[in-house]
Write a protein that binds this ligand. Structure first.
Ligand code: SAM
Length: 297
């Protein structure tokens, strides 16, 4: 690992720095550089940031770690803006993962952009992306729905609005409410909808449950789910992505790849098995939308 020995002069502005969602080593080298060099450190939870910096041996030196969260944001934003106007580089970390994603930072970023100053992304861990990658559900399109509302009526309305979305849907949820949410999902989306629960990602008790809403409800009756969770829903009949869509995807992929690679890529991206994608590709050849010469060997 490259550890900085002296701080670099950073451009003035706000750096949104992603931090790990479990495993402390899931932090980028650039994130460590920014934490080492920023003039001012801001955190949703100052103790968590201090702990992370200790793990990675980044000294706070004489810098201040200032707290910024939903409850003091209005008061703190003008002060932060002033520091940037004075040419300071400021790093902002939320408690875990990517700032702004179900975490504070949106208003801060918006006001800084509006004032004509620079905002930089220092990307890294994000639970929704980590969950998608291990879900086995299609990732070519997804809808991030954030946290579900806490009351039943609101939850049902919220889910009704999402019902027709033709892509994987990702929710953050508290383990305390998971049973209620699953039961409302079942009511709105039906028993056969694919569901994935990604629990404690990157941590010791990581677990991925891949099943249907009906089956997961039965499973949850017999156990208590603990820790942090992401719930993902497959789209309706997700394993039966309709042929028209599949043809469209293949034609787009074919613009830059051979037919053989297009089939392989689309199969990986959609989770649809290769022979079905291959069959659809042959239909496109028959329809003369793809030249016969590019047939797959
Ligand atoms: N900013 C974070 C991100 O980039 O993912 C999200 C912060 S939000 C306050 C916390 C929620 O993210 C948790 O309730 C859970 O739904 C999800 N989450 C965070 N860490 C997780 C993990 N290690 N495994 C599963 N879900 C996680």
């Amino acid at each position: 690992m490259t550890i900085l020995k002296e701080s670099k002069q950073l451009d003035a502005g706000l750096y949104f720095v992603a931090t790990p969602i479990g495993s402390a080593r899931d932090i980028t080298l650039r994130a460590l550089d920014i934490l080492y060099s920023a003039d001012l450190l801001i955190a949703e939870d100052t103790r968590s940031l201090k702990k992370l910096m200790d793990i990675h041996q980044i000294p706070v030196r004489r810098r201040k770690i200032i707290s910024y969260h939903d409850h003091n944001g209005e008061r703190k934003r003008p002060l932060i803006l002033k520091e940037i106007e004075n040419g300071k580089s400021i790093s902002y970390c939320s408690e875990a993962g990517s700032p702004l994603i179900a975490d504070p930072g949106f208003q801060l970023g918006r006001e800084i952009v509006k004032a004509g100053h620079k905002v930089f992304s220092v990307p890294g861990a994000c639970a929704l992306i980590a969950a998608l990658t291990v879900s086995g559900l299609p990732t070519n399109q997804f809808f991030y729905a954030g946290f579900l509302p806490t009351t039943k009526n609101m939850r049902i309305k919220f889910l009704e609005n999402l019902k027709e979305i033709p892509s994987t849907i990702v929710f953050y949820e508290s383990p305390k409410r998971v049973n209620k949410s699953i039961s409302d999902m079942l009511e709105v989306m039906g028993p056969d909808r694919s569901v994935v629960i990604a629990r404690e990602l990157t941590k010791k008790f990581e677990e991925i449950i891949r099943t249907t809403l009906e089956d997961v409800q039965l499973e949850l009756r017999n156990r208590v789910i603990k820790g942090e969770i992401v719930i993902l829903l497959g789209k309706e009949n997700e394993s039966e992505l309709n042929t028209a869509n599949l043809k469209e995807l293949l034609l787009i992929e074919f613009r830059e790849h051979t037919l053989k690679d297009s089939v392989a890529n689309i199969s990986v991206k959609t989770g649809i098995n290769r022979s079905k994608v291959y069959k659809t590709a042959l239909e496109l050849v028959k329809e003369a939308k793809i030249p016969e010469s590019s047939s797959i060997s």
